[in-house]
Design a protein around this ligand. Sequence first.
Ligand code: GLC
Ligand code: CA
Length: 565
Amino acid sequence: MVYQVYPRSFLDSNGDGIGDLPGIIKKLDYLQWLGIDALWLNPICASPDADNGYDISDYYAIHEDFGTMEDFDRLAAGLHERGIRLILDLVVNHTSDEHPWFSASRSSPEHPMRDFYIWLPGNTDGKDLLPPNNWESFFEGSAWELDPCSREFYLHLFSRKQPDLNWENPKLRSEVYRMMNWWLDKGVDGFRMDVINMISKVPGYPDGTPGASSGILGSEHFINGPLVIEYLREMRQSLHTRKDLLTIGETSDVDADAALTYVNSHDGPLSMLFQIDHMEIDQNEEGYWSCVPWKLADMKRILASWQTGMHGRGWNTLFLNNHDQPRMVSRFGNDREYRKQSAKLLAMMLYTLEGTPFIYQGEEIGMTNAYFDSIEDYRDVWAKNFYARSAAEGTNEQEIMRHIKYRGRDNARTPMQWDQGPCGGFTSGKPWIRVNPNFREINVSQAMDDPDSILHFYRTLIRMRKTHAVLVFGDFPLHAGDHEQLFAYTRTLNDQRADVFLLFSQTPLDIRSLADQKQIPYASGELLLANYDDAEEHPDMLRPYEARVYRSISGSYLTAGNQEK
Ligand code: GLC
Ligand code: CA
């Protein structure tokens, strides 16, 4: 399993309020104790931070807020000594507009590096110069920005400070591969590839059709574009060979079939994918900032289609939150009276499905959304732009904040809560973003001392998964797919069987009668793990957010009253 660190918010070692590499080094023993196999770091390269490091200005330098290249080398060595692999974030759909490549490219249409980025003349309506097409950017209005000198527009799918690289240019591509090899030679074990299925754009840059894709206007012309697989194959072939190189593509807008072009076990160019279908179950056609109630039946349908679609053919990731998503216990569980139970339930789900589980820092102690009331407390460019745009459109403050409090990415970017000390032990200075006020109750030190904590439960789950191959490789029959409170499934591998029961509700549920009706199997076999101590004494009823996994071998299972299933 992989642990994701958002360096800016993990641990600050020098009191400047910003997490850093020496801070991560201090916590390596903690990560090893937890049992992780690999560490993924969000971007650590030099960046003016228009998008917290996803706008890189020098691929060969460590961000000065995070430390030095020596710190990086110490971190890599410390991880490797502990048998933990190191995965970097590869941000190559775009750079910062402060990257020297962009300065050169912008300097003149004749510059040899002009073509490292995507420049087009605009359209004119006789009066004004208009963008070349109607594509929208994720973070702000049109995806095109006019350069006043050359009177041409450059493409930016994210903020205007993140110009898109032109992957059609072979020189640019070889620069990217050179840079990747440089990091591989330094001992990096793999890459998480940022928005990697956006690197190939449809030639001619045609207008987007409203409603043509689930994403923003034009995205059907830049997501899963015509040459993306070819580029990724070329990338794979250009990298210094490493048998165990781990590559994880961040790919929105793929279904299981499309995913298999990226990760099929035969010739897929990547090891695994982050697909985000299940992260969109609380959105409507208004897109990212909408927040509509989600339904368990949708979650089950989506996860089941990925489980069966990929089984035996390609490998997937398992996650319910990261630095771009709200905290999972706040979104899919209950972060008030059932925080502990529901965080464990969600974890149990992740660790009993096929794929590689990812823990986002703080998830293992059940950190919750920040829910800051004032826009002043938010830092994310996306939230700030959404606020400004909605305010300009006349939406009232409270309504705008409702969306940001539910969905905003800063919910998950508040500092890691280590102890009850000032700022939760994150910094001795002033943190770059406020600490979640609940740090006195929710922190690592408290969780270490509490044998019943979410943290200890994660540690147990990680070990359990390592000892039971059926949980990793088994197939996946789903039961009672339409049930709105219960998620129940079976994993089977040869004669091994695991039955999982997860109650996504505060209202207890009689599972014996559902089994009598043949909707689900009986809860029987060896109880491997549960999130209630006395689960064995209450086999027929699931209590609020109760989660259990039973193991059996087929012979013994058949005698347990499940002959018909
Ligand atoms: C990815 C990153 C996100 C970033 C965006 C642009 O989705 O995870 O944090 O803002 O790409 O690089
Ligand atoms: Ca610092």
